[in-house]
Design a binder for this molecule. Structure first.
Ligand code: IDC
Length: 482
């Protein structure tokens, strides 16, 4: 009952933002900048209600907007989960939104879109929105008190969590769709530099990686995976569990919740006959050794749980960086591999390589010995990494190293910025030619160019054409067209 009450208050917040506040902004401010707020998603996890909103700022005037800021004044505590295309800070009950830098100026007729996710455990409603817009030297205030209106707003907004009923049309392609990827290939093994199926023929898995399951758990759902399998032809899902970033597994995140999201994801993939990668997503922790003990406990548990399955792949460290040497990674890998092999003799294990999983050539000089079924990861972002990096992969292959591209995008390495489809196409033909599997970053609607979905996409499955970002459309076609 209490929780229901909290949800209602939070839903009211979204109503105030979307319906009451903005159309009612003072005329002066409205003429300086047009602002629209949209709730694109709400969902519940672990007793919290999450609200994801996008905000569009538009300059309708023939003057430059040179700076702006917004503050949402809440009546109770909210927690900031994540945001994009702006800087966010929470101070007491205020969510402050400041330009990211590149969108501080908004040209006449121009606009920018930003978005954020907040969560609240109890009640939370917005009292006011305030802000400032600068037009050259002039300052315009945005300010609206909506606190008093809360009582009179009888209408309950119709904001439903978007779990999209998702009809799943059969793919139009001619490939044999009567069998799942797992039925077609069975248990995967490593032979020479290749990932091979149970008959020993090389396979190129085409996969999609989630964004961090701490940030976007709503996309870990069976219908989403089914959509990717049936409408795109995706065979493999990578579940990215950050260890260090916001509420990561080793940085204060709720471990039971994270494991639940992860194991739910494994179950959905399994029920759909898809391969699934459990990704221990180190990043700002730099060295996998930073959380080695946790990693061992985690993989011990996972490998015990999945030892009888043929579709689970373990990725034991996403991207070592910060100068972490191959010998440090190797020592970590040997220790974690030993733990996994104590339960499971067969599962394919992916090992990260130095420099954000790019120095496969270094690993090739001194690979891990004494274990079967090990592959080494190579990651690239096509708008940043080109031919020189393909050379590194060629060198590694030439030395006999089995390479798996467990993460790539066609954006810049930041995950945002331009997308480069041409370079992306070069990479895909290179990978197909060398029979290297690849997994694309990322299944979310975060407002960044490496997201497969547009930030306006409110579905969590059954994605339509118009829901896909430039990278999303490109990758769907890559997978669909073989
Ligand atoms: C990025 C996400 C971004 C998030 C950030 C956290 O796209 O939304 O805020 O991580 O630091 C990687 C990483 C992957 C990155 C991605 C893009 O494995 O976690 O995701 N990237 O920067 N390596 C190279 C690029």
């Amino acid at each position: 009952m209490k929780q229901h009450h909290g949800l209602r208050r939070l839903l009211l917040l979204t109503l105030f933002l979307a319906v009451l506040i903005l159309p009612a902004l003072p005329a002066r401010a409205a003429s300086a900048m047009k602002t629209s707020f949209r709730t694109v998603n709400t969902w519940k996890q672990g007793g919290d209600t999450y609200v994801q909103m996008t905000v569009t700022l538009r300059n309708p005037k023939s003057v430059k907007i040179t700076n702006w800021n917004l503050t949402l004044n809440m009546d109770r505590k909210i927690t900031f989960v994540s945001g994009w295309n702006a800087k966010y800070s929470v101070s007491a009950r205020k969510l402050k939104v400041r330009p990211a830098g590149y969108n501080k100026k908004i040209l006449p007729g121009g606009s920018c879109e930003l978005g954020f996710i907040i969560k609240a455990r109890g009640k939370a409603a917005c009292k006011t929105v305030s802000g400032t817009v600068w037009n050259g030297k002039k300052k315009h205030k945005i300010s609206k008190n909506v606190g008093k209106k809360t009582g009179t707003t009888a209408a309950e907004p119709e904001i439903k969590p978007t779990s999209a009923p998702a009809p799943t049309p059969k793919p139009s392609g001619s490939s044999d769709t009567s069998k799942t990827p797992l039925q077609k290939n069975g248990r995967l093994k490593v032979k020479g530099t290749y990932l091979v199926n149970e008959k020993g023929s090389p396979v190129v898995l085409k996969g999609v990686s989630t964004h961090g399951i701490n940030w976007f758990p709503q996309f870990v759902n069976k219908e989403a995976f089914r959509t990717l399998r049936d409408q795109w032809g995706v065979q493999c899902i990578r579940l990215a569990m950050y260890t260090e970033e916001y509420n990561g597994y080793c940085s204060g995140g709720n471990r039971e919740e994270l494991k639940k999201t992860l194991t739910d994801g494994v179950r959905y993939a399994t029920e759909l006959g898809m391969y699934v990668i459990i990704d221990w997503h180190i990043l700002s922790d730099g060295s996998p050794a930073a959380h080695q003990a946790d990693a061992k406990t985690f993989f011990k548990e996972m490998s015990a749980k999945y030892k009888n399955q043929k579709n689970v792949i373990y990725e034991i460290c996403n991207e070592p960086n910060g100068g972490t040497s191959w010998s440090t990674i190797k020592a970590y890998a040997r220790s974690v591999i030993k733990t996994i092999r104590a339960n499971d003799k067969n599962a394919v294990i992916l090992v990260g390589t130095p420099n954000w999983s790019q120095d496969v050539d270094t690993a090739a000089d001194n690979p891990i010995t004494g274990y079967q079924g090990i592959m080494y990861t190579f990651h690239f972002y096509a708008a940043t990494h080109g031919e020189d990096y393909r050379k590194k992969v060629e060198t590694a292959l030439g030395k006999g190293l089995p390479v798996f591209v467990s993460e790539f995008g066609i954006s810049e390495a930041s995950g945002n910025g331009a997308v480069d489809k041409q370079e992306g196409n070069r990479w895909i033909s290179f990978l197909n030619k060398n029979k290297i599997s690849y997994v694309c970053w990322n299944l979310s609607n975060k407002g960044e160019s490496s997201s497969l979905l547009k930030s306006s996409c409110t579905r969590t499955s059954g994605f339509a054409d118009g829901d896909l970002s430039a990278e999303g459309k490109w990758y769907r076609d890559v997978v669909k067209n073989g």
